[in-house]
Design a protein around this ligand. Structure first.
Ligand code: ADP
Length: 247
């Protein structure tokens, strides 16, 4: 579903001259229907790698393929269209404060030119999926953090994406709310077969939700592990450090 071939990204070094490699050349194959985690400490390059998948960050080299499309070969109009099949969920929710819950979920459908009637039906479906149908006419300020994130998930789901990219979606939430949000993502994966790539620094997120996970450190993927029934065997020092911190 997602093929990264030698993608890399560098930024001007923060102090002085030269460049800083946020993501060294990385190749990764994420399968259709998979929940794939990117885990590592802050600054490891997880978020940059995630944003290279939908080209929110342009790679300095390498190719990105999602489904049948080579995103790195598309022009701006082609990329806009391709992105409609890729939802994104953000740590800070990124909801529009002046729109209702229903209005937020409707937004990507308005951009994509859906009819009013289709938007209304689809918004209701998506709010039902995340369990917020009773909140449709509320505003973000009237919701808890977990509810806001479920609106963010409904918005990402609305255009029927093949892929959802989630950037630390539970980092701003307490443990109980985190569980609800992870259950919500899991149900979207199992009910609709949506491929999910999730950035996290928490092993319990990997354990709860992911089928596989890549451990990142200093712009490198240092290990990829299978997760089965909440069990995984990671051996890299970076993974062991993350596990130890949570113990
Ligand atoms: P993570 O998601 O693992 O915390 P990031 O991908 O956000 O890591 O960042 C990796 C490194 O790249 C960090 O050192 C960060 O400061 C740097 N970085 C990220 N985005 C930019 C940017 N737009 N400009 C300059 N440096 C950046």
């Amino acid at each position: 579903m997602i093929e990264l071939d030698s993608v890399h990204k560098r930024y001007p070094a923060p102090h002085g001259s030269g460049w800083f490699d946020a993501v060294h050349p990385t190749s990764l194959h994420i399968r259709a229907g998979e929940v794939f985690g990117l885990i590592g400490h802050s600054g490891a390059g997880k978020s940059t790698l995630l944003r290279l998948i939908n080209l929110l960050e342009r790679p300095d080299g390498g190719t990105v393929r999602v489904g049948d499309e080579v995103l790195t070969a598309l022009d701006a109009a082609g990329l806009r269209k391709a992105r409609q099949h890729m939802g994104m969920v953000f740590q800070q929710f990124n909801l529009m404060a002046n729109r209702t819950v229903a209005g937020n979920v409707a937004f990507p459908l308005e951009i994509a030119g859906w009819s009013k009637a289709d938007i209304q039906t689809r918004v209701a479906e998506c709010l039902e999926v995340v369990g917020l149908e009773h909140r449709a006419q509320h505003y973000p300020a009237q919701l808890s953090g977990g509810q806001k994130q479920r609106v963010g998930i409904a918005r990402a789901l609305a255009p029927n994406p093949k892929v959802i990219l989630a950037d630390e979606p539970t980092s701003a939430l307490d443990p109980q709310t985190t569980r609800n949000v992870l259950e919500c993502l899991e149900s979207i994966n199992t009910r609709f077969g949506v491929t999910i790539v999730i950035v996290t620094h928490e092993m319990r997120v990997v354990r709860t939700l992911c089928h596989r996970a890549a451990v990142m450190d200093q712009g490198h993927v240092v290990e990829i592990a299978d997760v089965r029934d909440g069990e995984f065997r990671m051996q890299s020092p970076q993974a062991l450090a993350l596990l130890a911190e949570e113990a």
